[in-house]
Design a protein. Structure first.
Length: 218
């Protein structure tokens, strides 16, 4: 988190100077739309495997135009892909567990955008960093029970499960095009490629997706 704060401060520091000379109208924009994330398969040791299906999710983007060529912003995505996994016991390779379930995935990223043209139609390229959180929605142990007093219903006890999940650092790039309509709205289409840095000796999976968004300038 400290690294992201420093990076954002460095990138935003020239914003006031750039805006003074190049700004014309609205500098902020907000977009919402659909993300199509392609599936992928990976194999582990002793026959373990994971297959993630294609899935459509929701994406939000907020950006600030530093000048006519550069924009800095961030994304927040939600995707819930179905997956199938084969888990293999470390002690007995013949002892396997098959799982077919739906995961929860959140992406949070900071991105810099280079715009190649001026005008209503603008092709662009992006670089960014961020984090991707995965929750398998599979319990990693027995339920935990908690009790509390409710002002209306009295003493209540309820249970919940902890699940297997992980948060991975990610970095990547995107290419796309944006078309701005009169009145301050725009349509945006991009292809995104992100690498997950899982650390250690594990393979680093990648996430490929297409993003179609409709947005507003303000």
């Amino acid at each position: 988190m400290r690294f992201l704060t420093i990076l954002a401060a460095l990138l935003l520091s020239p914003a006031a100077a750039f805006a003074q000379y190049y700004s014309s109208g609205s500098n902020w924009d907000f977009a919402i739309g659909a993300i199509y994330q392609s599936g992928q398969s990976s194999a582990g040791s002793n026959g373990a495997s994971l297959k993630m299906n294609d899935e459509v999710g929701l994406g939000l983007t907020l950006g600030y135009k530093l000048n006519r060529w550069f924009t800095i912003g961030g994304d927040l995505d939600y995707i819930s892909p179905r997956y199938s996994a084969v888990l293999v016991s470390e002690d007995d390779p013949t002892d396997t567990i098959n799982i077919n379930h739906r995961a929860t995935q959140f992406n949070s990223r900071i991105k810099g955008t280079l715009n190649f043209m001026e005008g209503p139609f603008v092709p662009y390229a992006q670089l960014g960093i961020g984090w991707t959180f995965f929750d398998s929605n599979v319990a990693d142990g027995p339920p935990v029970t908690g009790c509390y007093w409710h002002p209306w219903w009295g003493y209540i006890c309820s249970g919940y499960y902890r699940t297997y999940g992980s948060t991975e650092f990610s970095y990547g790039a995107a290419v796309g095009a944006r078309y701005e309509f009169s009145g301050g709205t725009f349509l945006n289409l991009s292809y995104d490629y992100w690498e997950l840095d899982t650390g250690g000796s594990r393979a680093n999976p990648n996430l490929e997706s297409f993003r179609l968004q409709y947005g507003w300038k303000f």
